[in-house]
Design a binder for this molecule. Structure first.
Ligand SMILES: [Zn+2]
Length: 291
């Protein structure tokens, strides 16, 4: 089995526990928003029997090579029962961003915004335990059909994974219940599924790429929002911390921290997925509780 991104690989590892090891296409730290396939990737995509990816709203580089596959692949975004969110048309942060972008500021325009535009599907659907269960259920069915000798094991793994997801959901609810009113900012609009499930809401999104220095006007607008928020957390994502982050919070009561939505450093095993979400909850709570 091959999955496009690490979070899907971690879900697959829970289903295949004790039977096999799922592989992943994107190398650690690579962003699915900006990935370019290598020739060896194309071969793997074409040859593997079972392939899972999120969908064209995330891995926009995949559809053209999928045409060369003889076997079907699963865009998990299309699975029945999947909870899907769309970026809101009237989203405050988007309005703010658009106002700022109304001034000619080419340095801030980035491809990433194309994946996060109002009305489009929010592709970060793996950050919701209920969606992980939908994905695991499909994987277990496909694996059982392809490998009937181990079908009972896949089904038992699925049941065990479901129980771990329920416990995870309870842990996250408990851990995050006290931090709902603490302000925080993110560099990437990736957390809506998680936030909606656990009663959180970011105070703003700083729309910048790690290596691009935005214009002075945009930086000033972001500083103003940070000043107004008072003590707050500013979360970037590994492996890149935008150079801007340090400058942005200089002299303000803001704390820099990281949230890892991809689990780049996590061990691939049956507990990898729950660790990914536990870490997300812990890192959020740790910074917000210290404000
Ligand atoms: Zn994203």
């Amino acid at each position: 089995m091959l999955t496009s991104i690490k979070p899907l690989q971690l879900i697959a590892a829970a289903v295949q526990d004790g039977v096999g090891s799922p592989e992943v296409l994107l190398p650690p730290g690579a962003s699915p928003h900006h990935y370019a396939l290598r020739p060896s990737d194309v071969r793997r995509v074409r040859e593997v029997a079972l392939l899972y990816w999120i969908g064209p709203d995330l891995e926009s580089f995949l559809p053209r090579v999928l045409a060369g596959r003889s076997q079907p692949s699963v865009a998990v975004m299309d699975l029945p029962g999947m909870h899907l969110r769309h970026y809101a048309e009237g989203h405050d942060d988007h309005d703010q961003a658009h106002d700022e972008h109304a001034e000619p500021e080419p340095a801030v325009a980035d491809e990433h915004d194309q994946d996060h535009r109002p009305g489009s599907v929010d592709a970060h659907l793996w950050l919701l335990p209920a969606n992980a269960r939908v994905i695991a259920t499909r994987m277990a069915a496909d694996l059982s059909a392809a490998d009937p000798a181990n079908a009972a094991r896949y089904q038992a793994n699925l049941v065990a994974f479901g129980k771990r997801l329920e416990a995870l959901d309870q842990r996250l609810k408990q851990r995050l219940s006290g931090v709902a009113d603490k302000p925080y900012f993110v560099f990437h609009e990736a957390y809506d599924y998680f936030e909606a499930a656990y009663g959180l809401q970011h105070a703003g999104v700083f729309s910048v790429l790690g290596e691009v220095q935005p214009g002075a006007r945009h930086v000033a607008a972001m500083r103003t929002r940070l000043e107004q928020a008072g003590p707050s957390c500013v979360f970037s994502e590994p492996p890149l911390r935008p150079r801007l982050a340090e400058t942005l919070i200089a002299g303000l009561p803001a704390t820099l921290a990281e949230l890892d939505t991809m689990g780049a450093s996590l061990v691939v095993d049956g507990n990898g997925y729950t660790t990914l979400l536990d870490n997300l909850g812990n890192d959020l709570a740790e910074c917000l509780n210290a404000l």
